[in-house]
Design a protein around this ligand. Structure first.
Ligand SMILES: Cc1ncc(COP(=O)(O)O)c(C=O)c1O
Length: 376
C-alpha cells in the first residue's frame, strides 16, 4: 500500500480562514477591494512594524512595483542574490534593467557584503548606474541588512529586501524586511503563510505605497472617466485571497514555533551522521526556518543529496534540491556574477527536507529512518 504523501511545504489552514472568506462572501466583496483586504494590510503593518503595506497578486509583482517606484529604469543594473528563486530577479528584466548577481557567504547563506562592494565597484568602473540591490532572506533567515546597507549608503543605492521567505523572522529584534528602503513578502502556496498566491510591498513612506497602489490598479488618473497618463498593472490582491491571509496571520507564531521545532528535530536526529550539516543561524536574528536544508558531503556520507531525494521519493516523500543559483541558469547565461563558488557548493550538496507545519513526529521518523539507512 502506498504511504501517505509527505509534501515539502504544503499549505496549512488554521481553521478561521473560512470564517473570513464567508464574511467576504456574505458582503459580496468578491473583488480586488473590500474590508478584509484593508484589514489584511493593516494587520501586516502591525506584524512587521511597517507604516504602509500594499497587498498584491504575488511577491514577484511586489518586486516589480518596488523596483519601479525606486526609480529603476532601462539600462540600470540591479544587483541580486544569485542563490534565490527566479521570481526575485525577473522583475528587473521586466523594466529593461540589467542584472548582476552576487554570491552568498558561508555563515548566513545570504548576500556577502564584501562581494556586494566588489560588484558595485565593477559596475561603476564600467560607467553604469546601480539602480537597486535586492538581497534575499534565504529559507527564512534574514540577510545582514546593516552590513549590506553600509555598502550601499555611500553610493545612495536603494535596497529592496526580498523577504518572500522570511515572514515571521527577525533581524536585530525587528521583523524581517526592516533595514532597506522597501521590502516584499510572498504568500505563495508553499510559503509559511499563504493566501493561495499573493504578495505584499511594505514601506514607511506613504507616498511610495500610494503610488504603488495606483500602479497596481492600472494607474488610473484622478478623473471620473477612465483616463491614464502612465502604464500600470493589474496586480491588486483579491479580497477573498486577503480573507484567507487574515486566518493565516493568526497562525503565524504557531507556525514559526513548529518550523523551528522541526529544524531542531532534524538537526538533533541527523547531524550526528557522517557528512551531514545544517544551515547555521546568524547571531543577529531569528530565522523562521521556512525550509530545513541539509548539506550532504557525498564522500563522507556515502550517498549524495540526489540519491537521498530519490530514496525519499520512492517512499512518497517530497524533498527538493536547494535553489539552483541564478548565474547557473540557462536564461541568465552571460549575466555577470561576483563570486559564485559558495552558492554552487550549496546547490551541489544541499537538500530541502519536508518542512510542513502539519507534519507530526511519525512523519519525521519516517523521513529520518530513510536518510539514516543510506549512510555507509
Ligand atoms: C526568494 C523569493 N523571491 C521571490 C519569490 C516570488 O514570490 P511569488 O511566488 O509570490 O511571486 C519567491 C517565492 O515564491 C521567493 O522564494
Amino acid at each position: 500500500m502506498t504511504k501517505d504523501r509527505i509534501y515539502l511545504s504544503p499549505p496549512h489552514l488554521g481553521g478561521t480562514e473560512l470564517d473570513f472568506v464567508k464574511q467576504a462572501f456574505d458582503a459580496n466583496f468578491i473583488a480586488p477591494m473590500g474590508p478584509q483586504l484593508a484589514e489584511f494590510e493593516r494587520s501586516f503593518c502591525d506584524l512587521t512594524g511597517f507604516k504602509h503595506c500594499l497587498a498584491v497578486s504575488s511577491g514577484t509583482a511586489a518586486i516589480h512595483l518596488g523596483l519601479r517606484l525606486l526609480g529603476v529604469g532601462p539600462g540600470d543594473v540591479v544587483i541580486a542574490s544569485t542563490l534565490t528563486f527566479i521570481g526575485s530577479v525577473t522583475p528587473a528584466t521586466f523594466i529593461g534593467a540589467e542584472l548582476h548577481f552576487v554570491d552568498c557567504d558561508e555563515a548566513t547563506w545570504n548576500m556577502d557584503p564584501a562581494l556586494l562592494a566588489q560588484a558595485i565597484a565593477e559596475i561603476h568602473a564600467q560607467g553604469k548606474r546601480v539602480g537597486a540591490v535586492i538581497p534575499t532572506d534565504l529559507y527564512g533567515q534574514c540577510a545582514d541588512y546593516d552590513a549590506l546597507r553600509a555598502v550601499c549608503d555611500p553610493h545612495s543605492i536603494p535596497m529592496l529586501i526580498d523577504a518572500a521567505e522570511s515572514v515571521g523572522a527577525t533581524y536585530k529584534g525587528n521583523h524581517s524586511g526592516h533595514g532597506g528602503d522597501t521590502a516584499i513578502y510572498s504568500f505563495n502556496g508553499n510559503k509559511i503563510i499563504t493566501t493561495g498566491g499573493g504578495g505584499m510591498l511594505a514601506s514607511n513612506d506613504k507616498s511610495f505605497i500610494d503610488e504603488a497602489r495606483r500602479l497596481s490598479q492600472q494607474a488610473r488618473d484622478d478623473a471620473p472617466y477612465y483616463e491614464h497618463s502612465t502604464i500600470g498593472y493589474n496586480y491588486r490582491m483579491s479580497n477573498v485571497a486577503a480573507s484567507i491571509g487574515l486566518g493565516q496571520l493568526a497562525m503565524l507564531n504557531t507556525f514559526v514555533t513548529r518550523l523551528r521545532e522541526i529544524f531542531a528535530w532534524y538537526q538533533e536526529t541527523l547531524s550526528g551522521l557522517p557528512g551531514i550539516e545544517f544551515v547555521p543561524e546568524a547571531a543577529y536574528g531569528k530565522s523562521n526556518r521556512w525550509l530545513t536544508v541539509m548539506l550532504v558531503d557525498e564522500q563522507t556520507f556515502g550517498a549524495g543529496p540526489e540519491d537521498i531525494r530519490l530514496a525519499l521519493e520512492a517512499e512518497n516523500i517530497e524533498a527538493r534540491p536547494v535553489w539552483k543559483p541564478m548565474h547557473m541558469q540557462p536564461i541568465f547565461k552571460g549575466v555577470p556574477c561576483t563570486g559564485g563558488a559558495v552558492s554552487e557548493r550549496l546547490f551541489k550538496c544541499g537538500l530541502c527536507l519536508p518542512s510542513g507545519t502539519a507534519m507530526n513526529n511519525t512523519d519525521l521518523d519516517r523521513i529520518a529512518t530513510i536518510i539514516k539507512s543510506m549512510t555507509q
